[in-house]
Design a protein around this ligand. Structure first.
Ligand code: FE2
Length: 204
């Protein structure tokens, strides 16, 4: 069944203090492109000849090579748009405790997020790591797939690619990040943490 792009138009009002309509709408268009390509790839995989595969080239092999780009481009953008919202929300106590338990302090986590975003283009993901049962930051590069750790639940996704901010901020990436941190949708993030800890408790 085909994936449908989600509608994030409420962000035009919620985030207008730090992202223009032009910037956000351009980003929505890019996201919709990933959903379209994910549908194309999944449809083509459904019809592909699985008996013909090759390291250098075969249609099936190429579809599998490109699948993570469209898949991660889709789900990471959805995580990012869903964890943005109206400004000035307070991080919930359970999330602050989980971060402090894993990073030593809230400020260390914030400093680490800033350091990742400043390190280059890609994704800064704050995850719950099911391998080591802790909150972790994960710097994902390449085409939304290089460096992605396995067995992670994404709690916060921050898009640190130029297309996410360049129309509004140019090279002032730190100002864009400050806007993101002030517009995190903590209710959505808290719900992700609750689901994650529930899954962990059911598994153990
Ligand atoms: Fe993006």
């Amino acid at each position: 069944m085909a994936h449908e792009p989600k509608n994030f138009e409420t962000l035009l009002a919620d985030c207008k203090a730090f992202l223009s309509e032009k910037q956000l709408k351009a980003h929505f268009t890019l996201y919709q492109g990933y959903v379209k390509k994910l549908n194309e790839i999944e449809e083509a995989l459904g019809k592909a000849d699985r008996t013909v595969f090759n390291y250098s080239f075969a249609p099936y092999s190429e579809l599998r090579r490109r699948e993570p780009v469209a898949y991660n481009g889709t789900v990471l953008h959805e995580a990012y748009f869903e964890n943005l919202g109206a400004p000035g929300q307070e991080p919930p106590a359970p999330f602050k405790k989980a971060v402090a338990d894993s990073f030593g302090s809230w400020d260390t986590w914030i400093a680490d997020v800033k350091a990742i975003v400043g390190s280059g283009h890609g994704w800064c993901l704050t995850t719950y790591d099911f391998n080591f049962m802790k909150v972790r930051n994960n710097f994902v590069q390449g085409e939304h797939h290089v460096g992605l750790f396995p067995n992670q639940a994404v709690l916060i996704a921050i898009d640190a690619w130029e297309h996410a901010y360049f129309l509004d901020y140019g090279t002032a990436k730190a100002d864009y990040l400050a806007g993101v941190l002030n517009h995190l949708n903590w209710k959505a993030i808290e719900k992700r943490l609750q689901w994650t800890l529930l899954a962990q408790s059911k598994a153990s």
